[in-house]
Structures are given as C-alpha cells and as structure tokens.
Design a protein around this ligand. Structure first.
Ligand code: SF4
Length: 83
C-alpha cells in the first residue's frame, strides 16, 4: 500500500504553521551553524529540481529541504550526494 505524503495530510492553516516552524527553526540557528544565503539558495534550487523532492520534503530522509539546506554542515542524503 502506498503511503501518503506527510504534508498532504495537512490543511492550509496547518501548512502555514509548518512553514512558520521551519522559518523559526532557521532563524534560531547561530551564524556559525547557518549556511550562507548563496549556498542556501544553491542547495534549494537543486532540491526543488530533484526527483526525490516532494512538496518541500526530501523523500530520502524525510526532512523539510529548507531546514536541511539551512545548516552549513548539512548534506544531501541521496546516494549521488547532489550537494
Ligand atoms: S536533499 Fe538531496 S535527495 Fe533530498 S531532495 Fe534535496 S537534492 Fe534531493
């Protein structure tokens, strides 16, 4: 049986709250932890073009790609390590 996408289960209000939580998380990172703006945008561009990105979630690790890309020491968990 196919499993539903986690974010598909939420209504618009819940989705807005999730987005706010992601932004709060990113804003809570210290400057040392946070990826630079250019690197963050490069990573997100790759994620949004990736076949394993669905509705902002990485199907490989289950992370929200915005949150994953925001940490400087983070990496793509795919076998081909896209970033
Ligand atoms: S983290 Fe890697 S595998 Fe996951 S969506 Fe981004 S590019 Fe694709």
């Amino acid at each position: 049986m196919e499993r539903p996408c986690r974010t598909c289960l939420f209504n618009n209000t819940e989705r807005k709250q999730i987005q706010k939580n992601i932004e709060d998380y990113i804003n809570s990172l210290s400057p040392d932890e946070k990826a630079g703006e250019r690197l963050y945008k490069e990573r997100l561009k790759i994620c949004f073009e990736c076949a394993d990105c669905f509705d902002g979630l990485c199907r490989i690790c289950g992370c929200f790609v915005q949150a994953r890309a925001a940490k400087a020491r983070s990496y793509c968990p795919g076998t081909d390590k896209k970033w």
